[in-house]
Design a protein around this ligand. Sequence first.
Ligand code: MN
Length: 321
Amino acid sequence: MAPVAVKALCESSLIFIKHADLKKQIKVANTLDLAVEWIEADERRLKQMLVNLLSNAVKFTPDGGEIELIVAGDAANKTVSLTVRDTGIGIAPADMARLFKSFVQLDSGLSRRYEGSGLGLALVARMAEMHGGSVSAASEPGKGSRFTIVLPWSETMQTFSGASTDQRNQANPIGLNRSAQPIAEINAQSTHILIAEDNEANIVTLATYLQAKGYRLTLARHGGEALELARAECPALILMDLQMPVLDGLEATRRLRADSNPQLAHVPIIALTALAMPGDRERSLTAGANEYLSKPVNLKNLVALIQQLIEDAPGTKHAVV
Ligand code: MN
């Protein structure tokens, strides 16, 4: 447990659903209570909880809908609530009670269309309990749902929130051994990586680790999106899953190598695959990838490889983390 900068936490969680506004025209809003600058939490777990609720909201919200992440402090009751509100399909009253039980899914018709919504919520509830908090849900079928995580907000954290950086460093209320600096400030000048991957669990694992290492990330869910985002944002490096819908990683890699923009034609690409087949490495390298890794990826090795490729890239002027 350590002080977590709430604004940066929200921003780094919302990155995971940025594709929703590109692909489903879902409006994503973030409403912050400015009094709540800091809360005490296990940052990685708390982010997993938020990403889980946000991803669910995207899954159940039709095109053109709205999703809002709302943070509100209650100083008197010493709690902070983090709410994910959506304008999705909602949940029938009969299903509400079962919602947070492991492996429970809503009616079978729904679970076929929206697979895997059961276990995630049970984990969110468990993690909230481990923080001394709770999760609740409210919903109106056809109108939308609200999921709210309530966490303790100690007087120490309330004071910490109001204090200047100098005061915070002096007070060091719970014996911090690291400077509690908002992630966003670090990310501003850090290396930009595009992750092209269609599996949400892999995205969360990769993105959480790389964000913690200070990288700035963009996420693409298929090869077509990867091309679009690479052209729009010119990342310093691309992690390219091979098996993806719409356009697979091999084809996306070939098209990048053929791009008229020399920066894209030479951007370092690491190909990743879960179903390592004989010949995958050769096919990846022939398509134009610089390196090939089979999943599960050793994250430390991945970061070492990323740094090596960025430093080796011809004529790069990218800041190195
Ligand atoms: Mn895949």
